[in-house]
Design a protein around this ligand. Structure first.
Ligand SMILES: Nc1ncnc2c1ncn2[C@@H]1O[C@H](COP(=O)(O)OP(=O)(O)OP(=O)(O)O)[C@@H](O)[C@H]1O
Ligand SMILES: Nc1ncnc2c1ncn2[C@@H]1O[C@H](COP(=O)(O)OP(=O)(O)OP(=O)(O)O)[C@@H](O)[C@H]1O
Ligand SMILES: [Mg+2]
Ligand SMILES: [Mg+2]
Lengths: 226, 226
């Protein structure tokens, strides 16, 4: 489903050049549940942003479901992303002026879906993360972990083919963290492909495969068979 | 050093009233290292904001080093806070237009400190969190964990009497997380009082005392002696 070949991502700031990803190649099959782990600053969010069509690579090729998406024009990229991908951002990226339920509804506005169905799906997603009683609040009126759960709800509400989650349990206590992991596992059993960045070894272990990143490169997986 | 008596904090949004803290009383002695734990949304950040003079309680009394600070006028509150308290916010609160080193320097601008000494302290704080090579970057050019480390560096640079840290390792891999815990432990051995909110049981265990919060109330500590 996903094929990255020699992906490069370099950031330039005045005189400093940061090679965030240096020649990353990997394949992720449909229905897989992959965890991405590695030290702070090694390139995990950058990799997820490339996978999620949020960021363009500076080099290399990205094939999604057989289609070369590395050079799609902006408008097509956005359409593709909104329809197929659910993204949980590391810093949530909730819209401050919209209520919790309006935030969660956003991905559904990109489809031809009747209002009644949108409302019922939003309510379902809110119940999955236990935040029904906060539907009308603004993000700034929520705790850190509640904001994170809204971000998770927004990523799953549209039942996307691919869910990319950047540290979805980083601000959650163990019980809420387990509930999010349970939701992701259930979605995966129903066929959703999941790629999750995590710093938690116990949550990483709940995925079916772990990809380790170090200094912008993927560590060859067979090293772990030693 | 810190004495909270019957602290109340209620938020009102249109028709909904949220009692974030309902009658919290606790004492923290100088030089203690306390962890605050509890489920998402139970009131930990609110408690830390009251302790850090970032938020005023809606009821109750707060004595800091013998002085009643519950009703200080705004200007005095800010002065007091800047001089005595270092705060690591759950969402970092870095200033986007300032570089990493300018962000870390901020608490030092509130004192009569010569420029050369400020610069050397900032450099020291950067080295403590391993981000010397990112000094001139803007926060938006850093990874989530790097931003969190800048927030930690800014909290410790002024060598404050009290450090309040709201989930300071939530976005860090185990190695970087351990380095932050080591830094806090060392500061505590040198006499700094530390109150840290954490979701990580292993980091909570490195504190000398754990305060559990549930639904806006402190759970009586002697229950754990059973
Ligand atoms: N400005 C606000 N207006 C209304 N309610 C608020 C506001 N800020 C916080 N709350 C509510 O107060 C309660 C406590 O929030 P707090 O941020 O202290 O939780 P927390 O324990 O830090 O949670 P987390 O572990 O998720 O960070 C939550 O239910 C939250 O929704
Ligand atoms: N806009 C940018 N400009 C310059 N450098 C950047 C930019 N964004 C990211 N970087 C750098 O790219 C590298 C990889 O960043 P990335 O956010 O992918 O790390 P990460 O593995 O997700 O880290 P963390 O675990 O701390 O979230 C980091 O060294 C970071 O400083
Ligand atoms: Mg990241
Ligand atoms: Mg909090």
């Amino acid at each position: 489903m996903i094929k990255l070949s020699n992906i490069e991502k370099t950031y330039r700031t005045d005189d400093i050049e940061t090679r965030a990803l240096g020649g990353v190649s990997l394949t992720i099959g449909e229905g897989e549940f992959v965890a991405i782990m590695g030290p702070s600053g090694c390139g995990k969010s950058t990799l997820l942003n490339v996978l999620g069509l949020v960021d363009r690579p500076t080099g290399g090729r990205y094939e999604f479901a057989g289609e070369d998406v590395s050079n799609l024009p902006e408008r097509q990229l956005v359409q593709f992303r909104k329809r197929h991908i659910g993204f949980v951002f590391q810093s949530f990226n909730l819209i401050g002026d919209l209520s919790v339920e309006e935030n969660i509804e956003l991905p559904l506005l990109y489809r031809a879906m009747p209002k009644a169905e949108r409302k019922s799906r939003v309510r379902e997603a809110l119940e999955l993360v236990g935040l029904q009683h906060r539907a009308r609040h603004k993000p700034s009126q929520l705790s850190g972990g509640q904001q994170q759960r809204v971000a998770v709800a927004r990523a799953v509400v549209g039942d996307p083919k691919l869910i990319l989650a950047d540290e979805p349990t980083g601000n959650l206590d163990s019980k809420n963290g387990e509930e999010v992991m349970e939701m992701l596992t259930t979605l995966n059993e129903q066929g959703t492909t999941i790629v999750m960045v995590t710093h938690s070894p116990s949550h990483g272990a709940q995925a079916k495969r772990i990809i380790t990143v170090l200094d912008g490169q993927v560590v060859p997986e067979k090293e772990f068979a030693l």
